[in-house]
Design a protein. Structure first.
Length: 436
């Protein structure tokens, strides 16, 4: 059954919850460890990333006003089906990689609360279990997923807001802030900081993924994307910089949970434990939102004939259950295939791969917005988005960029092969019918 008309659609609050839920994950809570040595470059990296992300969000929001159907439909109207497939394929694999990262992050945060879950095997087991649980949640329906996003958004912002509050208390107390790490302001350092911070800001594009799931998408999606991206960017800038101003640089470099450490300094270890719990819930909630969007992308590719049509099968409430199962299974396989790596190495690799993949989506989305909007005021914003994307590709590094190109080539090969087989099958069926 492919008629996906459903009266139980997402409004502005649940769509916004999916945007914020996709953006606020585990990445922000781990970033100070990587950003700390960059000193003032990290602050500039945040500023560049926020303005770049908002420019990209504006481009995607402009496309969503043209009509419904998701980001692939927007780009297909402009560049054709092959380019549209590359967008869906790149976003699909970007989300799969991000899901693996968030599953591992969820397990890592849980292990800090329950030491018995520590160790490589325990983290892999909890990560896989998280994927299984959220696959079942999404199989229950879109409103179950959206409701869980709203709940986890309310919980996950607490550690961020706590650090913002502590930063304000420190300012009013008159106590001096910690000195930022000594690091020269250079273009490569700022590019590195931009690439690191961008992963924490990605996710807003998932609001364009649901097919016929959003109420009044021409109004709801742009408001949810721009509002959610602006809110998260502001919180990230203040809270992440706050960690660097509240903890010594050498302590940040060795901390497994810098946000919890800041909270512990002010309110004790009990409060820090609660913060660690909220961080685990944050990663879990972001994983939920990403799995929802990834399954919708798989469903759309199945409908279009780019992937086997079985992926487009739906069950009760028109839920694409095959796409959800495949998305979960691929995430589990990625975790298991890299289980021999250290948690940090695995997390870094999948973050860079995910970022490189989503930059393809952003670039083509910005180019499509350019062609669909003739006003120079809008196009000036799209130029900013494209320049930022080029800068972020440079910051992501050669390894991630090459892997992204390989995955794009694999996607083209799969699509070409499957379409050739489908065409051959249809031809044989037609000849058999003619003979009869």
């Amino acid at each position: 059954m492919n008629d996906r008309t459903d009266t139980r659609q997402l409004g502005i609050w649940m769509t916004g919850g999916l945007v914020v839920g996709s953006m606020i994950g585990s990445g922000i809570f781990m970033l100070p460890v990587s950003l700390g040595p960059l000193g003032a470059n990290a602050v500039l990296g945040w500023v560049v990333s926020i303005f770049g992300a908002l420019a990209i969000a504006f481009a995607l929001a402009s496309l969503s006003r043209i009509g419904d159907g998701g980001i692939r439909a927007y780009i297909e109207r402009t560049f054709g089906p092959t380019t549209a497939f590359l967008v869906a394929w790149a976003l699909f694999w970007s989300n799969i990689a991000a899901q693996a990262a968030l599953a591992i992050a969820t397990a890592s945060a849980a292990s800090s609360l329950f030491p018995a879950l520590g160790g490589a095997s325990g983290i892999v087991a909890v990560g896989v279990g998280s994927v299984v649980v959220l696959t079942l949640v999404n199989l229950r329906g879109v409103r179950t997923s959206g409701g869980l996003s709203l709940l986890t958004v309310a919980i996950k912002i607490l550690p961020l807001l706590a650090v913002v509050a502590i930063l304000g208390m420190r300012q009013f107390s008159g106590m001096p802030f910690e000195r930022l790490a000594s690091s020269s302001l250079t273009l490569p350092n700022i590019a590195t900081a931009t690439a690191l911070t961008l992963f924490a800001l990605t996710g807003f594009e998932n609001a364009t993924a649901p097919v016929d799931k959003v109420r009044d998408p021409a109004r709801t999606i742009p408001r949810a994307i721009l509002g959610g991206a602006a809110l998260v960017g502001l919180i990230y800038l203040v809270s992440s910089s706050g960690v660097m101003l509240l903890l010594p640089a050498d302590r940040i470099a060795t901390s497994p949970a810098p946000y919890a450490d800041v909270i512990a300094l002010r309110w004790g270890h009990s409060a820090a434990s609660l913060a660690a719990l909220a961080i685990a819930i944050s990663a879990f909630g972001a994983l939920n939102s990403l799995m929802f969007g990834t399954a919708e992308l798989g469903y759309a590719m199945g409908l279009r004939g780019d992937l086997p049509p079985i992926i487009a099968r739906t069950g009760h409430d028109n839920i694409p259950y095959v796409a959800h199962v495949i998305s979960g299974a691929m995430t589990i396989l990625l975790i298991l295939a890299n289980s021999s790596k250290s948690t940090a190495s695995l997390f870094t690799f999948v973050i860079l791969l995910s970022t490189a993949g989503v930059l393809v989506v952003y670039a083509l989305g910005a180019l499509a917005a350019w062609k669909e909007n003739a006003t120079w005021a809008r196009r000036s914003v799209f130029v900013v988005a494209l320049l930022f994307i080029i800068f972020a590709v440079y910051g992501a590094g050669m390894e991630a960029d090459l892997w992204c190109l390989v995955l794009l080539a694999v996607g083209i090969a799969i699509r070409t092969l499957f379409r050739a087989l489908s065409s051959r099958s249809r031809g044989e069926t037609s000849r058999a019918a003619a003979r009869s």
